[in-house]
Design a protein around this ligand. Structure first.
Ligand code: ZN
Length: 240
């Protein structure tokens, strides 16, 4: 596939998902679209394209791969776009990491063609990591707390291992990902949403057998990646 992922998250999603829209019903297309943040969710800032860091590449599309960078939208734990993402709507990864994602999508298309991989985060600029760290020290928004970190003080998110001062994302070797039903765009039930900083998102969370099986399936699909015990969605390249 030669299509390159570019632009804002909505455009990103469409540039990937719309490749396979042919043959879908109108109802299915609307369902897929409803899973994506509305354009108004993306804060309007100058769309300056920053250069891709040395050694990294823009992820190319695959027929079972979608990208929706949540930190460029309001759909994340901070409730706003992170610094650095206004010009980082693309999924950028270190070359070997991008190759591993494409290999996983290719294998999935053969083993479970009804499913696809949805990427929520790829390369994360250090300025975004710093923004996230600064956010942990700001007053807590109770609505966000109930949605994303109901049982922990946000100032403890770093010490608890949910937010890292040095992230593999900044090296371009980590991804946040889940599995979706390809025809509808509906994520499989993993027990929690993305960015849900709670025991429920980790290995020791009390989840159903189906949710546990779905997490195991995700881990087996991303066979060249190492899962993170506290967050089912976070994976680092095995040979970082
Ligand atoms: Zn992550």
């Amino acid at each position: 596939m030669k299509n390159i992922v570019r632009g804002w998250p909505l455009v990103l999603f469409c540039s990937v998902a719309c490749n396979s829209d042919a043959g879908r019903s109108q109802e299915q297309r609307q369902t897929v679209a409803s899973a994506v943040p509305a354009r108004g969710d993306v804060e309007k800032r100058p769309a300056i394209q920053q250069p891709i860091p040395a050694g990294m590449v823009e992820l190319t599309t695959h027929s079972r791969l979608r990208v929706q960078l949540v930190y460029a939208t309001t759909q994340n734990v901070t409730g706003r776009p992170l610094e650095g993402y206004q010009s980082n709507g693309r999924c950028v990864l270190r070359k070997d990491t991008a190759d591993a994602v494409i290999a996983a999508a290719r294998d999935l298309s053969e083993s479970r063609p009804a499913l696809g991989i949805l990427l929520w985060d790829c390369y994360r600029p250090q300025v975004a990591v710093d923004d996230l760290l600064a956010w942990t020290q700001m007053p807590t928004d109770e609505t966000l707390k109930s949605q994303y970190f109901p049982s922990i003080d946000k100032r403890q998110l770093v010490n608890a291992g949910y937010i890292a001062e040095r992230s593999s994302h900044t090296k371009g070797t980590a991804i946040d990902a889940t599995l979706v039903e390809w025809s509808t765009g509906t994520p499989l039930d993993m027990g929690t949403r993305h960015d849900y900083f709670d025991k429920l998102a980790g290995n020791k969370g009390k989840i159903t057998n189906l949710q546990r099986a779905n997490r195991r399936l995700l881990q087996s699909v991303l066979h060249d990646f190492r899962p993170y015990a506290r967050e089912w969605w976070h994976f680092s390249l095995t040979n970082e």
